[in-house]
Write a protein that binds this ligand. Structure first.
Ligand SMILES: [Zn+2]
Length: 340
């Protein structure tokens, strides 16, 4: 089969890879209907994370089940399924508590490489959620978004304790931040302040439900959020970048007693203990347990209540994945959908 492989920073190629097979009895193999490039794929692509030899890439996927192992009970060949970036059994204590990305049996899907024609999915019964039927093509982008960016933005909003009537600020205008805006709106936030310097992304944010845009960042951005909230800060702040500046911007934009939901993959963030102590801010986040939210998100997409697939502003054949990475690296695209 064909699949994207990162050979070295900046050197992404679509090459022949071995066809995946059932390895464990709980596995499924799916034929991908769509896959995409994640903001986190850019970290190794940019050389900020080490690349240890040729690595298959991609961890977002939707597709049709081709084959299942002998222990798979709920997932059947022919079903259209969605999974997340960690395979999970969905039965251990941690999964049952809603933290499937920390499942005691978790398997990171990125190592299996979802930017490809086929994908092996471990722990298929726990990992995959089937849609009611095979969806029409126009639903594919939104269902694919549920695999990661929507689920991650949703967890950011849940971790930030977004509730009806509250004021929410969103740090980061990538796909996750934009879908954090969408999630905040669905969860009933009254005011949603998107922090974005890019006009095209501000438009997306407003379209997804933002009620105001703050273009300043860092301490100036914090001052602006305070201005807009009677000097108090937001009730809930979604942090969707993962840098020192964005994390401090999120914490300082939150009022005492408020919540930060951090879902930007953290890179060299160090929190000052004393400032944290006196902030009275709740911090919760991490790799989003997207599996927790998948049934609800699929339902909202299936009923056409939400249209998160709009974040894909570039669609390319899988063979042009390299251009998909470049476009995101150069911020010409928010998110690239790849068609196998
Ligand atoms: Zn588990």
């Amino acid at each position: 089969m064909r699949g994207a492989i990162l050979y070295a920073p900046g050197d992404l190629r679509v090459d022949e890879r071995h066809d995946p097979k059932i390895v464990e009895s709980a596995d499924a193999v799916i034929r991908l209907s769509a896959t995409c490039v994640c903001g986190s794929d850019l970290w190794p692509y940019r050389g900020i994370e080490a690349v240890d030899g040729p690595s298959p890439m991609g961890h977002e996927y939707v597709g049709i089940v081709e084959e299942v192992g002998s222990d798979v009970r709920t997932v059947k060949p022919g079903q259209f399924v969605i999974g997340s970036f960690f395979a999970s059994d969905n039965t251990c204590e941690i999964c049952k508590a809603g933290y499937q990305t920390s499942c005691v049996h978790r398997v990171p899907m990125g190592t299996l490489g979802a930017q490809a024609e086929y994908l092996r999915v471990p722990l298929a019964d726990g990992t995959l959620v089937a849609t009611p039927d095979v969806p029409s093509d126009d639903l594919l982008p939104s269902l694919l978004a549920a695999s990661d960016v929507l689920g991650t933005g949703w967890f950011g909003a849940a971790a930030a304790d977004v509730r009806p009537g509250k004021t929410v600020a969103v740090v980061g205008d990538g796909a996750v931040g934009l879908l954090g805006v969408l999630a905040a709106k669905q969860l009933g936030a009254e005011r949603i302040i998107a922090m974005s310097r890019h006009e095209s992304r501000q438009k997306f944010a407003l379209d997804f439900g933002a009620t105001a845009v703050v273009t300043e960042r860092g301490d100036d951005g914090v001052a602006k959020i305070k201005d807009l909230t009677d000097g108090l800060g937001a009730h809930s702040v979604i942090e969707a970048v993962g840098t020192q500046e964005s994390m401090m911007q999120a914490i300082r934009s939150t009022r005492p007693g408020g919540h930060v939901g951090y879902v930007g993959v953290s890179h060299d963030v160090e929190l000052p203990g004393q400032e944290l102590f006196f902030s009275h801010v709740h911090l919760h986040g991490g790799p989003a347990p997207v599996r927790r939210f998948l049934p609800e998100l699929i339902d909202l997409i299936w009923n056409r209540t939400i249209d998160p697939g709009k974040v894909f502003d570039l669609t390319l054949p899988l063979d042009q994945a390299a251009e998909g990475y470049r476009a995101m690296d150069e911020r010409r695209a928010i998110k690239t959908l790849l068609q196998p």
